[in-house]
Design a protein around this ligand. Structure first.
Ligand SMILES: [Zn+2]
Length: 239
């Protein structure tokens, strides 16, 4: 237990944020049964909250979110954390700017993952959030599946992103599996999961209508991405 009451209060807030973000997956129709998980991190405390493994959404509560440190040691909670926890932890350890991670098996994103294809940036909806094609990882090797599978899933995401700034490409599809997204907070990571599923659906329909279509031109990609996210961003209201 944490002696410090300020830390304890922060953990309560983190539990609440992560609980609400998990419930939002259901609201946005991104999950079937229990297939999906959201985590969030308090960087100051170095603690992560994540959904417990295999618990129905109706039975989730802030209290049953599992609290772990970045090494994966459970600090608070009686339930087992999500089976994908090691993947989330790799991303938090590697990308210091991210505050939330989401994994779902949302069907359109999974279709691209199962086809082994990156989701091409075909229009401005995509360009508003993802600065280029959303990459698809390579398949994991037999050895990577046999030992430390979830950790290796995180490592293959990191390998695929390479030097890409993670918040400029806040999601990926893992080959033969499905999407992982991240963001500045658990809520922002859910937002990106919703957008990834929408652009996956649009891209599939676009390719069906016109199989020859190619990614939008760089100038339009820059215009849409940078007006929302660049240092000269001007979309939305001034603070
Ligand atoms: Zn999965």
């Amino acid at each position: 237990m944490l002696a410090d009451s300020a830390a304890a209060q922060r953990i309560i807030e983190l539990r609440e944020q992560v609980y609400l973000a998990n419930m939002a997956l259901q609201t946005h129709n991104l999950v079937t049964f229990t297939w999906g998980n959201v985590s969030g991190i308090d960087r100051e405390l170095g603690l992560v909250a994540i959904k417990p493994s295999g618990v129905e959404y109706a039975k989730l509560s802030p209290a049953n979110m599992v609290i772990l440190n970045l090494a994966g040691k459970v600090i608070e909670g009686d339930l087992k954390p999500s089976s994908d926890t090691s993947t989330h932890l790799v991303l938090y350890r590697s990308y210091e700017d991210i505050g939330g991670v989401v994994h779902t098996h949302s069907p359109f994103a999974c279709a691209w993952a199962q086809a082994g294809l990156s989701i091409p940036a075909l229009g401005t909806t995509h360009a508003d959030y993802f600065y280029g094609d959303i990459p698809c990882t390579r398949a994991l090797t037999e050895a990577e599946v046999a030992t430390n599978y979830e950790l290796n899933t995180g490592l293959v995401i990191e390998e695929t992103l390479g030097s890409t700034e993670p918040l400029s490409m806040p999601g990926i599809v893992v080959k033969e599996h499905g999407p992982f997204t991240w963001g500045t907070s658990p809520d922002n990571a859910v937002h990106n999961a919703v957008v990834l599923e929408e652009v996956a659906k649009m891209a599939l329909h676009t390719k069906q209508l016109n199989p020859q279509v190619t990614s939008l031109n760089q100038a339009l990609l820059d215009k849409h991405y940078l007006r929302k996210h660049g240092k000269d961003a001007y979309y939305g209201q001034e603070d």
